[in-house]
Write a protein that binds this ligand. Structure first.
Ligand SMILES: [Zn+2]
Length: 389
């Protein structure tokens, strides 16, 4: 709807979607402005049509501050008086917000190495080894992969801080990061539309919502609030600082859970969320044993898959059934041993268990912005029966 009504929604009448689109196509990785004023970024369009968003200089300053808050809360202390070497392994696609942020904060005080997570792993490892970052920022799946490389002795870095973003940080990924570098990772929750939404403090009790910047409502499918301790179906976000593109109760498909005990020893007043599922993951719709369809939430697969000794995994739903991809599997692990537990979990959900195939692959396929979604349906939307409208 935002894209359909873009010209009406943007509060500067001189801004037209057609101009924003052609500006986006000219981006080459620098700090380019639309009409000398606006920074533009695009979502990857994983949920359908890609979304374009823009910020005036004041709004952009808040976007940068919201990302910086994650570092600040973790105690990184980078800034004018403290040099820090930071490596960011994410998307270097010029229209991606993280690339736009990178281009506008490039500073001699915080030397930054930016690596595309779609690059061959060997080359990523080599560049990190020669850069020796003190702060490592990566998509959660990439942080896990790099931890495995460190534990295998190929990667030899000693970051003081590890940040994981944009994807589900599985319990296993967290454990391996801690084993690799003896540091608890910090999870960051952000989106193009909102910039930073929530971030961990050094108590690691979950992520504090940035309630002064974004109102995040955890709701069910009817937009009714769900209580703490329960996963919502989606979130509604209201961005308090954006005026160029007002977003009020804008729907995002992330399924998050407010912490049951909202107080954190750090004393910050912001509420905590202690779980995210379904970020860039699909709830799969399967025929139900009792007729109709049942929606299988990502957490069902996490229960089985998070214990698998592999550096990466992905569950794919196609028209033939489910395919489980595994990469970097530790020696002696039999992929077939997953079949029983997966079938049991699916049956317990009331699903007619589809054919399941487990395959080893050298790498988990990544999307155009370099993410590796854990659970993905490749059924056309029209065939995802049972999905809520
Ligand atoms: Zn805290």
């Amino acid at each position: 709807m935002v894209m359909e009504h873009f010209d009406e929604l943007v509060t500067d009448p001189t801004v037209r979607l057609a101009d924003v689109e052609s500006h986006l196509a000219t981006l080459s990785g620098g700090d380019e402005l639309l009409g000398g004023r606006y920074r533009v970024a695009s979502t990857s369009g994983s949920t359908g049509r890609r979304g374009l968003f823009l910020w005036n200089p004041g709004e952009w300053a808040t976007v940068l501050a919201s990302y910086n808050r994650s570092f600040d809360w973790a105690g990184v202390g980078a800034g004018l008086t403290h040099r820090t070497r930071m490596a960011v392994v994410s998307s270097t696609t010029p229209w991606h917000q993280s690339a736009r942020v990178g281009a506008s904060v490039s500073s001699p005080w915080v030397p930054t190495l930016r690596i595309d997570s779609g690059d061959p792993l060997e080359s990523i490892v080599e560049r990190l080894n020669s850069f020796r970052p003190k702060v490592l920022v990566a998509y959660a799946s990439m942080a896990h992969l790099l931890a495995e490389e460190q534990l295998a002795g190929r990667l030899r870095i000693s970051p003081s801080f590890v940040f994981g973003s944009s994807e589900v940080f599985t319990a296993q990924a967290r454990r391996r990061v801690q084993e690799a570098w003896d540091k608890k990772p910090f999870e960051v929750y952000a989106a193009t539309e909102t910039a930073g939404i929530a971030s961990e403090c050094d108590q690691h009790r979950g992520m504090h919502l940035f309630e002064d910047l974004v109102i995040t409502e955890v709701v069910d499918e009817n937009n009714k609030p769900v209580p703490p301790g329960v996963y919502g179906e989606k979130v509604l976000v209201t961005v308090l600082f954006s005026r160029t593109m007002p977003l009020i109760r804008y729907e995002m498909s992330d399924s998050v859970r407010l912490a049951s005990s909202p107080r954190c020893p750090c004393g910050r007043p912001f509420a905590l969320i202690d779980g995210i599922q379904g970020r860039a993951e699909d709830a799969l719709s399967l025929p139900a044993a009792s007729g109709g369809y049942v929606s299988v939430q990502p957490i069902v697969f996490h229960r089985v898959m998070d214990a698998v000794p592999a550096s990466g995994w992905q569950v794919i739903q196609g028209s033939e059934g489910l395919t489980v991809l595994l990469s970097g599997v530790r020696e002696g692990f039999e992929g077939a041993s997953l079949l029983g537990p997966l079938r049991r979990e699916l049956a317990a959900q009331g699903a007619v268990v589809p054919p399941v195939e487990v395959r080893r692959v050298p790498n988990i396929p990544r999307t155009t912005v370099g993410k590796a979604p854990l659970i993905k349906s490749y059924l056309p939307a029209s065939e995802r029966l049972g999905r809520k409208p």
